[in-house]
Design a protein around this ligand. Sequence first.
Ligand code: HEC
Ligand code: HEC
Ligand code: HEC
Ligand code: HEC
Ligand code: HEC
Ligand code: HEC
Ligand code: HEC
Length: 436
Amino acid sequence: MFGELSEALVVRKRSKNRSINHLSRCDSTLGNPVRDRGRGFFLLNLNASVLSLSIVRLGLKRVLGIPVAALLLLGTSMSLHFDESTQSTETSKPAIAIADGVSSDTKPTFVGRDICKECHQTNYDLHAHHGHKSTFYLADDPKIAELFDGKTYDAGEPYGTYHYHTDEDGLYVTLPERFGDRPFRLDYALGSPEGAITLLSLIPDQQGNTIAIEHRASWFNATQKLGPTPQEAPGPMPVQAEAFGLKHQGNVMRKCVYCHTTAGEIENQTVVGLVANVNCEKCHGPASEHVRLARQMENPPKYSVGKADWDVESEIQLCGDCHRLPMTISRSELREYPDELVRFQPVGILRSRCYLESERQLGCSTCHNPHESVETVPMERHVKKCVSCHLESESDHVACPVSPKTGCIECHMPAKQLPGIHLDFHDHWIRVHEPQ
Ligand code: HEC
Ligand code: HEC
Ligand code: HEC
Ligand code: HEC
Ligand code: HEC
Ligand code: HEC
Ligand code: HEC
């Protein structure tokens, strides 16, 4: 079984540089994504209690005494203020109580998204069709397993051909050329069947520490096929479990789960307290208190986004925590703005004149209802937003000399497909592009 394999796992020594740089798989399309500069941000997140991320706690501006905007723009390190030791004493992990009733304890706990439906039907229904609703699965979920079961995938040299099968215990992969019929278990699936699915396994290394193996083959809806997972190439001859995927550990491993779930901690080789997907309470924070009070009074006290200190920068910080902020990207990449950066929308917005010169009026929710999938929004609605600032009759801002009323997105936020990813991203650095 995979236990055997992992016991024998020989952890290859990587250069120090490389492991620091490789912060996450979703960054891995970049050559050298993260420098020390990103560390503060990273540690901040790692303070993995959902409390720390949610809208509720965005008193960050005050904590640091520095405007968040400055940090966002400069990519300045926050590590000065945050290190692992202060983190652990500052925040204790929230207890996780899911769905079954609402506690009267004043420390808020998770209640699950179904409770919100009672009073927020519209947002509940919208969210049900958003990509956020499906970002994390157990690999043996029938929806996932059927994409792999019975298939083979030739990953080429030096790996070989993967063979997939399910049995009553889950989804497995074998590599007959190298390990005969010894199966390697695939535990979790990140992404969605509508986009792309990458599998992740948690196994012990030789010292008994948990490591994650990110499988080398992913499923792509666009091609309806398995294809190579976009990730860093390993050394010439990956050993043991690494023949099945790229190894992650520590913060990188935890963040991978963190960005795709509402709650959950890696303990030993499982995610405990798992609340899969990016649900209401990931952004709004544990809601038990809000629900308890809302059931007692017509006008409950402000919760998360309703609070007085909620503003555009808090929002960009919230979305950017997963969709990426400049501080997680190297200065040279920020300067050169390679195509890969189109994947990181907040990075583009923050350097757009629309944001910089509109007195911070432009946030993600100027154009996106955070509950509503882009898939269901007609392009004209986006154009209306542009025009609301860019038509003389509407505002003081300049109008387009080329096409004042239509087609803005194609010319000023063109879609790009990144090699190997099979997903379209719109360049959020809104600007005049050179004609192709
Ligand atoms: C018993 C009814 C009830 C339930 C259940 C409930 N809410 Fe609310 N919620 C309200 C009321 C009432 C308001 C204030 C008026 C409004 O904005 O609709 C509110 C406001 C909000 C706001 C706006 C910010 C504010 O404080 O004005 C958010 C965000 C929110 N709720 C999120 C949630 C989430 C997430 C859940 C599920 C975990 C949830 N609510 C469950 C009744 C409820
Ligand atoms: C910093 C937060 C973050 C981390 C860390 C992260 N992801 Fe993601 N992931 C995202 C966001 C945001 C998207 C959606 C935009 C995109 O595709 O870039 C995404 C998209 C994906 C998709 C495509 C989903 C689809 O259907 O469109 C897959 C697959 C995926 N991630 C797998 C992983 C795996 C595996 C890891 C860890 C090895 C990981 N991610 C780490 C934030 C993250
Ligand atoms: C990706 C983050 C995110 C998720 C997930 C999310 N919200 Fe929100 N929500 C926001 C933000 C940001 C705002 C403020 C939007 C604005 O300022 O226009 C908001 C506003 C609200 C409001 C007040 C304004 C309104 O639209 O009525 C309610 C109520 C609410 N959310 C409920 C929910 C519920 C219920 C869910 C889950 C079904 C949910 N949210 C999921 C980010 C999120
Ligand atoms: C909140 C208002 C606002 C919105 C919404 C907005 N912009 Fe802007 N935009 C500005 C401001 C302010 C400038 C700076 C020039 C000016 O004052 O008109 C600007 C500048 C620009 C420029 C010139 C960029 C450059 O680098 O020279 C383009 C192109 C542009 N916007 C396109 C768009 C498009 C397309 C949309 C919709 C997707 C949009 N804008 C939405 C406020 C906005
Ligand atoms: C000026 C308008 C505007 C603003 C502001 C804006 N977006 Fe977008 N966004 C768009 C448009 C237009 C699309 C493409 C919609 C479509 O494909 O139908 C899009 C698409 C996306 C997508 C889907 C993948 C892609 O790139 O096509 C994500 C994720 C996204 N935006 C995140 C964000 C985040 C996070 C913010 C805040 C930092 C933000 N957006 C701010 C207009 C905007
Ligand atoms: C906890 C991490 C996380 C946070 C916080 C987050 N996102 Fe996402 N977002 C994701 C992931 C992961 C995906 C990929 C989902 C998929 O598989 O399609 C995604 C997908 C999207 C998409 C494309 C899918 C769709 O159906 O439209 C949009 C647009 C988007 N996010 C906007 C936002 C905005 C706006 C915010 C802030 C209000 C935000 N996100 C906050 C993780 C996050
Ligand atoms: C066919 C491509 C195309 C379309 C469609 C288009 N633009 Fe433009 N836009 C351009 C080009 C090219 C320029 C630069 C013109 C110049 O410098 O003479 C420009 C310039 C601009 C500017 C800067 C004007 C200035 O004086 O600095 C703004 C703002 C702008 N466009 C907004 C928009 C908006 C809003 C829309 C949709 C209503 C839109 N554009 C549609 C191609 C386009």
